[in-house]
Ligand binder design. Structure first.
Ligand code: ZN
Ligand code: MN
Length: 499
């Protein structure tokens, strides 16, 4: 008989803030791009007699994140010392926030795509988010030597701790992806996991289904990709389940490291308890009233990703997966909105009799189809990244109006699109230059005559009343023109010729 177990998963995420300077000194915060030990000063090297002072921008970023998470914000900024010894921690303690974090509580809702998942939308409670400084970076050489780069020492971090509310490793991954989008939207971090801008530790324990107790957990470190978070948690579920089934569930909280090469976790050490850190208030940083900053930043909160996705569906009629894809990249979302409003403005002025309900779904379909699949597809074929400067939204909307009015067909539009990417020119100029449009009247008349001559049976049927054959003739003529004839006027000409 096998035990029915469920995982209990929580995350701790460190986000590196993209401030100009470090957390407690004026050193350059882009030290990761500079030669080792060049972005340093006596403060971040912890020389005796130096004093830290807090970075206002970092505090503003913490307030922004806390507001986005619906957290309670502490109007008094205070820091504590967290003591531990490590060669990359020159002070022998880290300045962090202990019992009065800037953000407490709150929650974060994210989507969990797929059909084989317990829920498609999950809300995870946030325990806290606090400000702290990063340690320096150690490099372990092949000859056993360790080198330390202090450029990273004192870099501002915000650490977010969730409640153990995740039901599956996949949910943990989806949460992190949405959190990355959030910090990018807020403009507080690059959020690049591979570069360590977003670092995640995952806590996991197992328990029998129906049991509300929390058991000894494992804390997994060194998770530097979304995939490794998911894999490491899956590995731990298997490992801990086997211990439960053998009647020997884990009894001690331990730290394990994720070994990506071998796809397994290995035990590192037993975890220190909170008491081991000897937290006490940082005497070098007086309390600071930040209520004015809180009020100001709350007003600066941009539209959050979930709200934008909902609006893209409601306002423009995009499908949920399309809205998702647009909102994933801020510049793409902005571009889509610009194209859409150009396009809508064009319809309102050129085709005022068209009803919005009729037009909008068609426009949404054209925009998402041509932007997400055709345009992005063509860019990736050409080995280029999307940027709003390649084709202006006005020119892109113009291409769509040509398609909408069936002035050009899809094949021609794709040729024009490629030229637009290459030259940045507007579609009508490309059509003229490339002789893709304006097949002359004489040629069209000639092609119509040819088609009529080649299909006597269909001509007879048309004359006998099967008018749907007009599409067949039009198709033949369009083919001869290689898409350059204007379908509307050509159809009229065919009708005239057949009467
Ligand atoms: Zn410094
Ligand atoms: Mn931390």
């Amino acid at each position: 008989m096998s035990l029915q177990l469920e995982p209990v998963i929580g995350l701790e995420i460190h986000v590196q803030l993209k401030t100009k300077t470090k957390m407690f000194c004026s050193c350059d915060n882009r030290g990761e791009n500079l030669p080792p030990n060049t972005a340093i000063c006596p403060i971040c090297l912890a020389h005796p007699g130096t004093l830290p002072w807090p970075n206002e921008q970092a505090v503003r970023f913490a307030v922004l994140l806390g507001s986005a998470l619906g957290a309670q914000l502490d109007p008094v900024l205070r820091f504590d010392r967290k003591h531990y010894f490590y060669p990359d921690l020159p002070k022998g303690y880290q300045i962090s926030q202990f019992d009065h974090p800037t953000c407490s509580g709150g929650s974060f809702t994210f989507e969990v795509p797929g059909t084989n998942v317990p829920r498609n939308s999950a809300t995870v409670r946030i325990e806290r988010a606090h400000l702290e400084e990063d340690a320096a970076k150690s490099f372990h050489g092949t000859a056993g030597e360790t080198l330390v780069d202090f450029n990273r020492a004192g870099t501002p971090l915000i650490e977010t701790v969730t409640h153990p509310d995740f039901k599956t490793p996949f949910e943990a991954r989806c949460f992190l992806q949405e959190l990355r989008l959030l910090v990018r939207t807020l403009g507080i971090s690059e959020g690049d996991m591979e570069k360590g801008h977003l670092r995640c530790d995952a806590n996991i324990s197992m328990r029998p289904v129906g049991d509300e107790n929390l058991y000894a957990k494992t804390e997994i470190k060194n998770l530097n990709s979304f995939r490794s978070v998911e894999r490491a948690l899956e590995f731990e579920i298997k490992r801990q389940s086997e211990l439960w089934e053998a009647g020997t569930p884990p009894t001690l909280t331990t730290t394990r490291g994720w070994d990506d090469a071998n796809q397994k976790t290995t035990e590192q050490r037993s975890k220190e308890g909170l008491k081991d850190y000897r937290f006490f208030p940082e005497p070098d940083l007086p309390f600071c009233d930040i209520s004015a900053i809180i009020a100001e930043e709350r007003r600066h909160l941009p539209e959050l990703p979930h709200a934008k996705r909902a609006r893209f569906q409601a306002e423009y009629g995009f499908t949920a997966p399309d809205a998702r894809q647009f909102v994933e990249h801020e510049s793409l979302a902005e571009y889509a909105e610009n194209v859409m409003s150009e396009f809508l403005a064009w319809v309102r002025s050129e085709l005022p009799e068209t009803s919005e309900e009729e037009f909008k779904p068609r426009a949404a379909k054209l925009v998402s189809g041509w932007l997400l699949s055709k345009y992005l597809g063509a860019l990736s074929e050409m080995g280029r990244e999307f940027s709003r400067d390649i084709i202006t939204p006005e020119n892109f909307a113009e291409l769509l109006t040509l398609l909408y009015r069936t002035k050009i067909n899809s094949t021609t539009a794709q040729t024009v699109l490629k030229k637009m990417i290459e030259t940045g020119a507007d579609p009508s100029h490309i059509l003229e230059d490339e002789k893709l449009t304006g097949a002359d009247e004489q040629s069209i008349d000639l092609w119509i005559a040819e088609v009529i001559a080649a299909n006597p049976a269909q001509v007879a049927e048309f004359k006998a009343g099967k008018f749907s054959l007009l599409q067949f003739f039009l198709g033949q003529v369009m083919k001869k023109s290689r898409g350059t004839a204007d379908p509307e006027t050509t159809a009229e000409k065919i009708k005239d010729a057949l009467e």
